[in-house]
Ligand binder design. Structure first.
Ligand code: CP
Length: 312
């Protein structure tokens, strides 16, 4: 069995480790459909702290914890509402959580590398707390990268495992933690990665479109560019470069997959929601509406939580 101590970066699993996670996610999905889920987190408290906005990651973790029998314990606005606001250190806070028997902490925070720092504290003091990085600033978002690879694996298993896919990341590569983790996770399978950074991308997208199997469209990370002048103009230029237009979609492979971690900006026009190649939003007109990044992400998170709980 795969042992998971902490979840910190997109490159931390070998392909065989990821395959074990994906296979468990499939079993959990089947059991959930039959109403036969076991409760490996029964009587366990899982601490969630989201210091940056989130819909998908937070809700899916909370639902995953409840489906597995655990209890999510949440402090909103940790920096202002917990004793961190009175100068308490993260070190003391983690020791308090350990005293209450908490074994898993899921954190999203603007500070780059904070999850790694918390993991070091946990290990140093032998607190037995596993840290899950749910996004640290513009650095990494590993769980998103695993669910993105899982989404591709469900449909293009053989080609992914043989490294025979071309995966593109398009847009705000500098500030996208989704891209930083995803590039590592996909690279581990030996697939070809194409990086098309914003403002250089227009003609390149047209050139590469017929070759790309997996499209990862990225949001313009406006919140990471505070203080930049002409931000609105930059954003407009971004959409001119990085939008999945009708022209581009015509050139894309018929069996390509269009992924987006969301929330979206205008890089994914609403009409793409009805394109059978998209997997970023549920669409009940599709033959399998449940094959989308968000539903896949729920079962992927359940698998990760099970493995972490068993590794404790
Ligand atoms: N994909 C993702 O991280 O979405 P949220 O910011 O809504 O959690």
């Amino acid at each position: 069995m795969l042992t998971i101590r902490h979840l910190l970066n997109g490159g931390q699993f070998s392909p065989s480790g990821l395959l074990e996670i994906f296979q468990l996610a499939e079993r959990l999905r089947k059991r959930d459909g039959l109403g036969l889920l076991k409760k490996p987190l029964k009587s366990r408290q899982v601490f969630l702290a989201f210091e940056e906005p989130s819909t998908r990651t937070r809700l899916s973790f909370e639902i995953a914890i409840r489906k597995l029998g655990g209890n999510p314990v949440i402090i909103d606005n940790l920096e202002k509402k917990s004793s961190l606001a009175k100068g308490e250190s993260f070190e003391d806070m983690l020791r308090t959580l350990a005293a209450f028997g908490i074994k898993i902490v899921i954190i999203r925070h603007p500070e780059v590398n904070l999850p790694s720092r918390l993991a070091q504290i946990s290990d140093y003091h032998r607190l037995g707390i596993s840290i899950i990085n749910a996004g640290d600033g513009n650095n990494e978002h590993p769980v998103q990268s695993f669910l993105d690879v899982y989404t591709v694996w469900r449909e293009k298993r053989e080609k992914l495992e043989k490294g025979e896919l071309t995966v593109a990341y398009i847009g705000d590569l500098k500030d996208s933690r989704v891209a930083h983790s995803g590039i590592q996770a996909f690279s581990n399978f030996g697939v070809k990665i194409i990086l098309l950074p914003a403002l250089e991308a227009t003609s390149d997208i047209l050139k590469y479109a017929p070759k790309i199997d997996v499209w990862n469209l990225l949001r313009f990370q406006k919140e990471r560019k505070k203080g930049r002048s002409n931000l609105d103009r930059l954003e407009e230029t971004y959409y001119q470069c990085c939008t999945l237009t009708k022209e581009i979609r015509k050139l894309a492979k018929p069996d390509a997959l269009f992924l987006h971690s969301r929330p979206r900006g205008r890089e994914i026009p609403l009409e793409v929601d009805n394109d059978p190649r998209q997997r970023y939003v549920i669409n009940f007109d599709f033959s399998d509406p449940w094959q989308n990044q968000e539903t896949n992400g729920l079962y992927l998170k359940m698998a990760l939580l099970c493995l972490i709980a068993e590794s404790a």
